[in-house]
Design a protein around this ligand. Sequence first.
Ligand SMILES: [Zn+2]
Length: 53
Amino acid sequence: MCASQTCRAAFFDTSQSRTRKWCDMNTCGNRQKKARLNANQRKNRTGARMSTS
Ligand SMILES: [Zn+2]
């Protein structure tokens, strides 16, 4: 099951380490990464919105 809250798609973990969390690293994985980045940056800049999608 994909770890993304917005996706929740079922996928087959084909990675060697079996540590894959998302159905697609390029979509859900990136989203999670960005979310974490945003959470970190929120400390530094509050209110600054970058619309990089
Ligand atoms: Zn997903």
